[in-house]
Design a protein around this ligand. Structure first.
Ligand code: ZN
Length: 331
């Protein structure tokens, strides 16, 4: 997203080195179009705004739950009708945008149209402004209806699921002799099943205990013209490092959004340590032409992860969380 507005840029420049949680989204862009009386909002994560009309002065209050506004509260004067638009953080978890009219003007709450273009893009269409003598808003806040965006069809996508290793290549060997190739195959098969339930086309690079070269995996993805590539692995720190556990999600060039969506989804649903979203030059990430990511679901050498990954119920939940992240991304 190109941030072309000076005030937005200035705001970003004022940003201290502040690392918000990967679990929350942030306000990426907003713009009030004076000509159309229209406010556009884009966030980097899905959001469902809550909108109210308040009186004295008449103002539209748009709350964005689980969205961070980085930096200080921002006030922008707009026109003689719209006194200002204010953007700030109302509490730790909610960004608030206020469109405040000049005291002489008002608008009818039922004429305000708040609609979603996509789960992260929203438009508030303001009606014709009235004089206070024509219409006086009630003193109690009035909730504004919010039409949801039409769901994007996701059936036309093809997702490559790539279980690491296989055959003579066991991958990492964990505590108690647990092998990476077996863990990642069972998780991958379950991810495929979850995606197919939603009507998404899935191609597995292997569906059993066979060896496929890295080149063969990428060629498979290219041959079916896959939309995205998701490689599933389990990590290793070497024996004697049982305290190292956690999820790592890798991307190279175009896979950051996909990696972030899966990483967040897993952290939201599963009790696993967060070892971050990382950039790495893995072959399957470098050589595939579509957005691609490599998920290290946990450490087979870690005491906690190894125990969890041996549990079929945990693998199933991990698969559901990965699939949900993929679906979020595709939508
Ligand atoms: Zn591996």
């Amino acid at each position: 997203m190109k941030k072309s507005f000076a005030y937005l840029v200035a705001n970003l420049l004022a940003l201290p080195l502040f690392c918000s949680s990967v679990l929350a989204g942030s306000l990426e862009y907003w713009k009030f179009d004076l000509q159309d009386s229209r406010l556009d909002i884009i966030t980097d994560d899905n959001v469902r705004p809550q909108v109210q009309l308040l009186a004295n002065p008449t103002r539209l209050v748009i709350d964005l739950p689980n969205i961070y506004h980085r930096g200080p509260t921002l006030e922008k004067a707009i026109s003689s009708y719209v006194k200002m638009v204010r953007v700030g953080q109302v509490n730790r978890a909610t960004t608030r945008i206020v469109v405040e009219l000049n005291e002489a003007y008002s608008m009818r709450p039922w004429e305000v149209e708040m609609r979603g273009l996509a789960p992260n893009r929203w438009v508030a269409q303001l009606p014709k402004f009235l004089m206070m003598s024509e219409y006086t808003p009630p003193t109690e806040p009035v909730a504004i209806a919010v039409p949801e965006p039409a769901p994007r069809p996701i059936k036309q996508f093809t997702v490559i699921i790539d279980p690491g290793h296989g055959g003579q290549d066991p991958g990492a060997i964990g505590l108690g002799g647990q092998q990476e190739k077996d863990i990642v195959l069972s998780i991958s098969l379950a991810v495929a099943k979850e995606l197919e339930k939603q009507g998404i086309g899935v191609v597995l690079t292997r569906a059993n205990d066979t060896f496929i070269s890295l080149k063969g995996r990428v060629e498979r993805a290219e041959a079916v013209n896959a939309t995205i590539f998701v490689s599933i692995h389990a990590n290793s720190m070497g024996m004697g490092r049982a305290e190292i556990n956690g999820l790592e999600t890798y991307h190279y060039s175009s896979g950051y959004g996909l990696a972030k969506s899966i990483h967040r989804s897993v952290l939201r649903r599963i009790d696993v340590a967060d070892r971050g979203i990382r950039r790495a030059r893995f072959y399957v990430l470098r050589k595939s032409s579509m957005p691609s990511t490599l998920v290290e679901v946990g450490f087979v050498t870690g005491e906690k992860d190894n125990r969890n990954l041996a549990n079929p119920r945990y693998r199933q939940r991990m698969a559901e969380a990965i699939a949900a992240g993929i679906i979020d991304y595709l939508r």
